[in-house]
Write a protein that binds this ligand. Sequence first.
Ligand SMILES: Cc1cc2nc3c(=O)[nH]c(=O)nc-3n(C[C@H](O)[C@H](O)[C@H](O)COP(=O)(O)OP(=O)(O)OC[C@H]3O[C@@H](n4cnc5c(N)ncnc54)[C@H](O)[C@@H]3O)c2cc1C
Length: 330
Amino acid sequence: MPPINNLFRPFFAQNTRLLRQPFSTPRRAEIMTTQVAFAAAAVGIGAYVYMRSGATAAPATSATGASSDTTKPYFSGFGFRTLKLHSSEVVNHNTKKLRFELPDPNQSSGLTLSSALLTVSFPPTNGRWTPVIRPYTPTNPLDEPGFVELTVKLYPDGKQSGYLHSLKPGDIISCLRIPEYVWQPNKHDHVALIAGGAGITPMYQLIQGILANPEDNTRITLVWGVNGDRDIFLKKEFAELQSKYPGRFRAEYVVSQPEAGSTYRKGYVNGKVLEELGLGANEAKNKSIKVMICGPPAMEKALKGGKGPFANKTGVLHELGYKPDQIYSF
Ligand SMILES: Cc1cc2nc3c(=O)[nH]c(=O)nc-3n(C[C@H](O)[C@H](O)[C@H](O)COP(=O)(O)OP(=O)(O)OC[C@H]3O[C@@H](n4cnc5c(N)ncnc54)[C@H](O)[C@@H]3O)c2cc1C
């Protein structure tokens, strides 16, 4: 069977084709598997969106596919949209930038600061169709017409990252808009964005959105922790923003395994590093600071402590004086 790349249309096409076959036991089993996968995807997506959006969005119950009305923002309303890959670019040893085109080159995406897209695919695993549902964060300016861009790090044996890296121009993916942190200009004097590895993508979206708004005066300090020098792929973009917005934006890099002769700060993003960078919550200049984090589980745990009711009450940020409501984790 060909891989099902698009959640709903190929999925239904697949089901219709199967139903036309004699209803033998193996066929029935196959349909059951597909139906179970469909149900699991719907439940999983609904639960995911519910959890992340604070129940502001209804769970997905149906697919709308691509909207034919190109006068409206593409992601207006709720439901799945399809995106066609326009081009892809290798940005470093494990990361690709994937540019997807909207149906109309003048159409806006309608994505608001900040947003992610929940992507769904059905790669075959052990002969079974199990839905893979993962969020990715658009990294082009959200007001750029005609395009949505995802920057995807490939994980070893990564199901969705492997699938996305395998896409060729013209291939289509299905995705659902999910609201993330709702950015309000000037609500905070200063935001500290702490990213680990591919966790840079929501930060890049925020940085571009905040700085592009002439009404927004928020200061931004980005601290990006990576494994090696070669993992830093947005250095030029950040250097340009830093010189264009002096005093408003600065980017700091922390590398755990730097190359010989590396000029980056060595180590992990810990309390000492954050203090050295002037990011203690008790400092007078940080009265209205907000810290946002996105990184691998170990990094998030070290920074904000345990999960659930224990979140943000222990850990490095707590020790630096941050109150739980000053911490947001993507
Ligand atoms: C809100 C949000 C936005 C995101 N945006 C992006 C984005 O823009 N770009 C991007 O590349 N990723 C992003 N991610 C991560 C992405 O959703 C997937 O988790 C990631 O691509 C791995 O999925 P996979 O199916 O390829 O890996 P899996 O098949 O789930 O796992 C494969 C292997 O990789 C390991 N692994 C998976 N995720 C991580 C991780 N984060 N750190 C360390 N090891 C890991 C697993 O333990 C496993 O060994 C985002 C996550 C969230 C929550």
